[in-house]
Design a binder for this molecule. Sequence first.
Ligand SMILES: *Cc1c(COP(=O)(O)O)cnc(C)c1O
Length: 363
Amino acid sequence: MTLPYDIAVEQSAAPVSDERRAEILADPGFGRYFTDHMFVADWTPEQRWHAPRVTPYAPFSMDPASSVLHYAQQIFEGMKAYRHPDGSIWAFRPEVNAVRFQRSAARMALPTLPEQLFIAAFEALVRTDAEWVPDGGAERSLYVRPFMFASEVFLGVRPSQHVTFAVIASPGGRYFPGGLKPVSIWLSEDYTRAAPGGTGDAKCGGNYAASLLPQAEGIDNGCDQVVFLDAVNRRDVEELGGMNIFFVHSDGTIVTPPLNGSILEGVTRDSILALADELGYRAEERSTSIDEWREGVASGDIEEVFACGTAAVVTPVGVLKWRGGELSCGDQAGKVTTVIRERLVDIQFGRADDRHGWLHRLV
Ligand SMILES: *Cc1c(COP(=O)(O)O)cnc(C)c1O
């Protein structure tokens, strides 16, 4: 297949040995090992995007005055490459990630990366490092991380005039090592994630930096993850630090908060909304307040709660904790959570019909 961009490929002179790679792929964990190559392209106002290339994976050499190190002008994406039973390798809705990357870039005053270049970079890296895509056993896949940052050497405060786009890849197993064990969630009451007019709907590193302290508070309180409320009324459930949330009601409705500008529009969230119908559920985008969550579980109206995102797919929420109380939402994955999760994973790994045309062949 020819790419719309002339991407130079420089093969690594010292790739990881076949034996070592096999060892890594057998137990990759998450985000610990990286493939032999990476993709890089540069942008300046005069040259626009230029010099797209696959090069050996290596550290960047950065000037201490590089703008991103001071003002955090940075965005990223997260996707996976899935190996199907016949050995072919596929992406899931990469064009949605490409468009979201453009929206994130616009919010952070970064240049627009053409959708075709985003996809071409993904394809070029996965083709070069195809041996790093695990077989699909135990939901193993290759996690792909595109990112863009301000690389101009300048301490003035304005959008950077030199920007770097790069893609790296890391083989991964299940995000939460406990398998499909429900996670416990800490309610962040002192901190919010995103305010109206802020950067909550952009996938930028700064949002994650701001979530680390509440996340640490959650861990201190014995929880795996944190859930945030809306910043204005501190009432409506918005999302987790890096995952969207769904409530499963006893009448078969699945409910997720509406995109209000401070919630990140997840590809997984959108896919679940699209799948609901054919799985026999009614999907609704509407707010759920923290009190409605507590009362709904108590009354039996809310039967299951799950979080979703590319890395962890669909993860049941077992417990909600806050200062002075806790609420059990189910000590194992619920029926609806399991059905939705399996359909999604089956499509991604080529075991179910791709009726929506979501798969994009990479190799
Ligand atoms: C990436 C992300 C998600 C999940 O998005 P997916 O496209 O489903 O992976 C949800 N919330 C936040 C804050 C995120 O950064």
